[in-house]
Design a protein around this ligand. Structure first.
Ligand code: C2E
Ligand code: CA
Ligand code: CA
Ligand code: CA
Length: 279
């Protein structure tokens, strides 16, 4: 057993190493997290890069605050939720919460912006997903184009036929589909022609390397490809002026990153919205 600090040692089931034990414990803590109200969505601005950056949307990012474990980052608990089957309930909750937030803006006289939510591969295997999305959008009266779904290449290249059909159905509901972390998958690019994809999100790791020749080449190639396929393209993880300058001058005018705003609580994000009726 690994030392936990002081003289305390964690007991564990025979045959399980510490890492597996931690994952199990985290998974168990996550079980009741929704009911206990420990999950929340933070919103990160997406902007048009110009003299006065203009807010054009946001990404909803899960936050989990556990009374004992403290803040657990999504990179830690999402993979666990994907393995233990909790991701389905979590994603339904995210969908509901995102629609509730959007409807709140509208009902409180703010100009709403589209909200993007993250979708795991498992969602494509859930038969009720499409109906749940349709019902939730209907209940909150979310117009076409105001809800986006981000998914990674690897999650959509499995079972292409059923996934393509589902993506078309989502598109018919007015949902915009984006490929997240674009460029990090190993798939052939030919799928881009076959999937009803609206937007590519250039992975942060490439934006991060804009100070290198290779990084610039990759970013330039992705932007050129998106443009020629008539897809929108947004850069993730923009942290510096030089990155935004390079992107804008190469035809990528949409960005998300710390340079423009960190993920923030919903109340704080609301301050960025304009009152309805203003240009
Ligand atoms: P992602 O979908 O690629 O989300 C972008 C991540 O990059 C977020 O991390 C965000 O806080 C971070 N980020 C944004 N701008 C910058 C920047 O300028 N610099 C740096 N260094 N980081 C930046 P976060 O919130 O920790 O989320 C991590 C991942 O967890 C997400 O990556 C996504 O894969 C997953 N995740 C978060 N929320 C959800 C969710 O509701 N459902 C699912 N399935 N996955 C989620
Ligand atoms: Ca994302
Ligand atoms: Ca991403
Ligand atoms: Ca990611």
């Amino acid at each position: 057993a690994k030392e936990q600090g002081g003289n305390t040692y964690r007991l564990y089931e025979a045959g399980m190493d510490q890492a597996a034990q931690d994952i199990l414990a985290l998974g168990q803590a996550l079980e009741g997290a929704l009911e206990r109200g420990e999950l929340s969505l933070f919103l990160q601005p997406q902007v048009l890069m110009q003299e006065q950056p203009r807010l054009i949307g946001c990404e909803a990012l899960l936050r989990w605050q556990h009374p004992q474990l403290g803040f657990v980052p999504p990179d830690r608990f999402i993979p666990i939720a994907e393995k233990n089957g909790l991701i389905g309930r979590i994603t339904h909750w995210v969908l509901e919460e995102a629609c509730r937030i959007w409807a709140g803006w509208r009902d409180q006289g703010q100009s709403p912006v589209p909200i993007a939510i993250n979708i795991s591969a498992a969602q494509f295997q859930e038969p009720q997903w499409l109906d749940a999305v349709a019902a939730t959008m209907h209940r909150y009266r979310i117009p076409a184009g105001q809800l986006e779904m981000e998914m990674t290449e690897s999650s959509i290249i499995q079972q292409p036929e059923s996934v393509i059909a589902l993506m078309h159905s989502l598109k018919a509901l007015g949902i915009k589909l984006a490929i997240d972390d674009f460029g990090t998958g190993y798939s052939s690019l030919s799928y881009l022609y076959r999937y009803p994809v609206h937007k590519l999100k250039i992975d942060r790791s490439f934006v991060n390397r804009i100070d290198t020749e290779d990084g610039r080449a990759i970013v330039g190639a992705i932007v050129a490809m998106a443009t020629s396929l008539r897809m929108r393209v947004i850069a993730e993880g923009v942290e510096e002026q030089v990155q935004s300058d390079f992107l804008a001058s190469h035809g990528c005018i949409e960005a998300q990153g710390y340079f423009y705003g960190r993920p923030m609580p919903v109340d704080q994000f609301k301050q960025l919205l304009r009152p309805l009726g203003t240009p």
